[in-house]
Design a protein around this ligand. Structure first.
Ligand code: SF4
Length: 455
């Protein structure tokens, strides 16, 4: 971890007394959003305030996502449109961060084609941001820093988007190399944070009044594999559960290949761990799972589900599903619908396969038409609607503890929140309840949420 103190005070000197504003926009997953909060932490430390309007900004940082090709195209479009802003305000500084930058051809393309960009910052190089910023303020010209700083020893200040829900990365990178996924190539190998750093960060957040802690990792189940057996993920859950306070612990994502019995035990034993598991299955077909390099079969996956459901038949499960993987047959697709009907997910996050250059799947032959993939996606959503319309009825008459998130979008005087089961709950209530736990008696069910009244 390099000492940025001198650089930060030099930046403050150059910024002078007039407040300078930064616009930081993060795309993609929760881990990237958490990185965006850290980037804001570094900028706040350097004396910047923040704006949501890029035309007001003195500094713009786009924190990018590379999970799909069109996500990248969209960012290049936005960067292109910022040429005008720079012409109007030549001292404006523009930086590109996030997963796109970890691909060497991207930094080259930006340097060559987007002269309005001052620097590129890699996914693990947030600690290099002060240096890049100072150089840009001094007009040093285009720079790229995609160094893998070990900048997660201890905690980095984060400017968080919520005052009651906090995301806490516990590890970075991924060793799984699913054939459709670019993440291992842009986020590197798995590195776990030290347990004591995570514990002290969560203790600090609970002291500040945070009600929900979301532990983040590409695959939290392999947490600690690189710590010489110091601590496993289920052990970390139990350690965090011992922290005094009234809060919930959630985590994302859990790869089925190493979702252990110890993990299930910890979920059921720890009262602070939310009673919901997001277990991405991706497909119900063993042949597709093999070609995805997911390293489990549908049977193994259902074994985990049966273990959970033998303890609580109505335990809340959600998943990720890819439709239209190269050469997915009708039988493969039917196997996916079958696993949905067997598991009964409360919700699914579903995607039509998107070819991502640089991945192995991008080289695979694919005879399935886009039209057929679209048809399958509609069928999949239909099946899920049937399942959740029925399954959500189980909550009627129940008393559910809900963390109030916000005002309901479409109903005046109503609030929305999530239960421990990660179910959306809508009810009448005053905005002063936002950020607090309330008990709600469930009186109605839709296929995407339940309704009730505060008791
Ligand atoms: S587990 Fe697979 S899908 Fe998830 S980040 Fe790693 S390679 Fe990508």
């Amino acid at each position: 971890m390099n000492d940025n103190t001198a650089i930060i005070s030099e930046i403050k000197r150059l910024l002078g007394d007039e407040p300078k504003l930064a616009y930081v926009r993060s795309f993609g997953c929760q881990l990237n959003t958490s990185d965006g909060e850290k980037i804001k932490g570094v900028l706040k430390n350097a004396g910047y305030g923040f704006t949501e309007d890029e035309s007001e900004a003195d500094l713009i940082i786009l924190n990018t996502c590379a999970v799909r090709e069109n996500a990248e195209d969209r960012v290049f479009g936005i960067v292109g449109s910022m040429k005008k802003l720079k012409e109007l305000k030549p001292e404006l500084i523009i930086g590109i961060a996030g997963c796109m930058t970890a691909q060497s051809h991207v930094a080259e393309k930006i340097k060559r084609s987007y002269p309005q960009v001052d620097f590129v910052l890699g996914t693990s190089a947030i600690n290099g941001l002060p240096r890049l910023l100072l150089d840009a303020l001094n007009g040093a010209g285009f720079e790229a820093d995609i160094t893998e700083y070990d900048d997660f020893s201890g905690t980095v200040e984060q400017v968080r988007g919520s005052s009651f829900k906090a995301s806490v990365p516990i590890m970075f990178g991924c060793n799984n190399f699913c054939t459709y996924c670019i993440v291992p190539y842009v986020r590197g190998r798995e590195r776990s944070r030290l347990p004591e750093d995570i514990v002290s960060e969560v203790e600090g957040l609970v002291r500040e009044g945070y009600k929900e802690i979301m532990l983040l990792g590409q695959n939290v189940n392999s947490y600690g594999n690189d710590l010489g057996g110091e601590m496993t993920f289920p052990q970390l859950l139990r350690r965090l559960n011992d922290i005094e306070g009234d809060f919930w612990i959630r985590f994302m994502s859990s790869h089925p290949k190493d979702a252990s019995k110890e993990l299930i035990d910890a979920i059921f034993d720890c009262e602070k761990v939310a009673k919901h598991l997001h277990l991405p299955v991706q497909s119900g077909s063993d042949d597709v799972l093999r070609r995805m390099n997911r390293r489990y079969t549908a049977e193994k996956y259902l074994g985990i589900v049966n273990d959970i459901r033998s303890r609580d038949p109505e335990f809340s499960l959600t998943t990720d599903l890819i439709v239209g993987f190269p050469d997915e047959t009708d039988e493969d697709f039917e196997a996916t619908l079958d696993i949905m009907r067997t598991v009964k997910y409360d919700n699914i996050y579903s995607f039509i396969y998107s070819k991502r250059s640089g991945t192995r799947a991008a080289e695979m032959p694919d005879a399935v038409s886009e039209e057929e993939k679209g048809k399958r996606m509609r069928r999949l959503l239909e099946v899920q609607r049937e399942i959740s319309t029925e399954f959500y009825k189980r909550f009627i008459g129940r008393r559910m503890r809900v963390l109030v998130d916000d005002k309901a979008k479409k109903r005046e005087g109503f609030l929305t929140g999530k239960s421990s089961e990660f179910i959306i709950v809508e009810f009448e209530g005053d905005e002063s309840l936002i950020g607090r736990f309330v008990d709600v008696e469930i009186t109605g069910a839709m296929n995407w949420a339940v309704t009730g009244r505060v008791i």
